[in-house]
Design a binder for this molecule. Structure first.
Ligand code: SAM
Length: 283
């Protein structure tokens, strides 16, 4: 892209959008909802950090909407925008109306869903499977840890939409880097059975008092091809999915609490694989 303007004058990005009734702003606002994302095939990302993450992953924003003040402060980032991205400027009030955050930092962007990573055809060596996770903050946090732990695929049975702005923010961009597949609970059941058929161990994360043969998570060999399965915040793991598992593991803790937050539990479990793999090859 060309250079940002120096001093006064009309900033790059054409005429400043001053009305929330502008059709472009209305289209961006529709991306707050999953129906709008589906209809337009786009997702909405808010903030400088997510723009940097998207560019770092080689993704090409469809639209970049900024305030003149943001453009003044981020000339270097502006220079990195691909030629094909559309840059538009809007007043701070209009930009705020187009975002889902209370205090946007002056930029939003849209990306084509079709440009996001797709699942590999062969079963990945480390998969995170989530049963009806509801909370966008939990889901985003989990995705961030999953990427850090070397997860290669994420299977979601229903629950929160991973492409909603809250999840994208909470994942700090990890949701853009991971192949994520959303499916029905019945399809997840089939997918898990298939994975077992391909030699992957299916590991269910259970609360300590789950009963049955539950063992501490560190006793498992996490370096084998693994699918880790975690349950819903309230109801836990659906019994039919738990029954499929080859192993039930738990993080032992005081009975003063019934369970851990799902994202907190996932952090320990997911990072056990790289911890065990330290110094030995992982298939
Ligand atoms: C908040 S818990 C659900 C609690 C639910 N009442 C139950 O009985 O499962 C959500 C999920 O986090 C995981 N989890 C929570 N605490 C755990 C622990 N101590 N060890 C292993 N997994 C845990 C499990 O996968 C669980 O289904």
């Amino acid at each position: 892209m060309g250079s940002p303007p120096e001093g006064g004058g009309l900033p790059a990005g054409g005429e400043l959008i001053r009305s929330v009734r502008n059709p472009l702003i209305q289209a961006v606002r529709r991306l707050h909802r999953s129906s709008g994302r589906l209809e337009q095939g786009l997702i909405l990302l808010e903030g400088t950090h997510l723009l940097q993450e998207a560019l770092g992953l080689g993704l090409r924003p469809d639209l970049v909407l900024v305030t003149p003040d943001w453009l003044d402060r981020h000339g270097a980032l502006y220079e990195r925008l691909p030629e094909a991205s559309r840059l538009r400027t809007a007043s701070p009030e209009v930009l705020a109306a187009a975002t889902t955050t209370r205090h946007p930092d002056g930029v939003l962007l849209t990306l084509a869903v079709a440009d996001l990573p797709v699942a590999a055809s062969s079963p990945p060596g480390f998969v995170l499977a989530l049963d009806r996770l509801q909370d966008p903050g939990n889901l985003g946090t989990l995705l961030r840890t999953a990427l850090a732990a070397g997860v290669e695929g994420v299977w979601l049975a229903e629950g929160a939409d991973p492409l909603q702005p809250k999840v994208l923010r909470a994942s700090s961009g990890a949701a853009l880097a991971l192949p994520i597949e959303r499916m029905t609970s019945a399809d997840l059941h089939d997918r898990l059975t298939e994975a077992q058929g391909c030699g992957q161990q299916l590991v269910a994360a259970m609360v300590p008092e789950a009963g049955g043969v539950v063992r501490p998570y560190w006793e498992l060999d996490w370096c084998r091809p693994t699918v880790l399965l975690l349950g819903n915040e309230g109801a836990g793991l659906a019994p039919e999915l738990a029954r499929l598992a080859d192993h039930w593991v738990t993080i032992p803790h005081s009975p003063a609490v019934e369970s851990l937050n799902v994202a907190a539990a996932a952090a320990l479990l997911l990072l056990e694989r790289p911890r065990q793999a330290h110094g030995r090859p992982v298939p």
